[in-house]
Write a new protein. Structure first.
Length: 265
């Protein structure tokens, strides 16, 4: 039993170490916001992608209509799926207001070489997204850093995956970035209104810096719209704890089984 207790204590200590490391390796929110906002007014370069269906797509081919771009990594099991599903609600609201073909959407995988066309196709399937105007794209390795810089997208690799800004970037029909919309969830009008302005030719409203600061999402925290503040993402830690407990339980079972096994000789 002493070995089992020591093992469990070691597991709990490792959990504390990992959770502390995860939160310590977070993105600098102010720097990430500054980088993101610096992209507004910029026209990203003509990046080349492979779509989920295998065809080659250039960013310039998506001009002629407003475009909404989001970045994900397909190995994410909580934040990216939730963000994409909420974005789907906003896209649906925009389609109802403006028409299903009034704008395009592109979700881009930034974790190469893992975010392959097949992985992006599976990600879209798991989020139940099958819209004609929504593409799931894998960028080319040689153009990835330039692409992320052009869109003002920042990320940091952590033991749990990636700590990155959750942003939906709105581009006009000429391919110029006009707005960044932040958060795992947001007012649906925050995305629909700039799209409506672009379709009708009206000026796109700008946000004050203070209104944006609390919307920048980091891995270890979740935005609480009720309090208007961020709180620790305890669900992440619960998932990690569950995994550690399964490992610990298996190890304890093996120790007991080995101890109770008849000795030879």
């Amino acid at each position: 039993m002493r070995s089992a207790r020591s093992l469990l204590a070691g597991v709990m200590g490792a959990l504390a170490l990992v959770t502390g490391t995860v939160c310590a390796a977070t993105l600098d929110r102010d720097a990430a916001l500054q980088l993101s906002q610096s992209a507004v007014g910029r026209t990203p370069g003509d990046a080349t992608f492979t779509a989920a269906d295998g065809r080659t797509v250039r960013l310039s081919e998506l001009r002629g209509k407003p475009l909404v771009v989001s970045f994900v990594y397909t190995g994410c099991f909580q934040v990216c799926p939730a963000t994409t599903q909420f974005l789907s609600l906003a896209v649906e609201r925009g389609a109802d207001a403006l028409g299903a073909q009034a704008f395009n959407v592109a979700t881009i995988g930034f974790n190469l070489p893992f975010d392959t066309p097949a992985a992006m196709r599976d990600f879209a399937r798991r989020q139940r997204i099958a819209r004609d105007n929504w593409l799931f794209l894998s960028p080319r390795v040689e153009g990835l850093e330039r692409l992320l810089q052009d869109f003002g997208f920042a990320y940091v690799e952590t033991p749990a995956g990636f700590d990155h800004v959750l942003q939906a970037t709105v581009l006009d029909a000429d391919g110029r970035i006009v707005k960044q919309v932040y958060g795992e969830s947001f007012s649906l009008e925050a995305l629909v209104e700039p799209l409506k302005s672009l379709v009708t030719g009206a000026p796109v409203a700008t946000d004050s810096l203070s209104s944006l600061v609390e919307r920048v999402r980091v891995l270890c925290t979740v935005y609480d719209p009720v309090s208007g503040q961020y709180r620790l993402d305890y669900a992440l830690f619960a998932e990690m704890l569950g995994g550690f407990l399964v490992i610990a339980g298996t190890a304890i079972f093996l120790l007991r089984d080995r101890r109770n096994a008849p000795r030879r000789g």
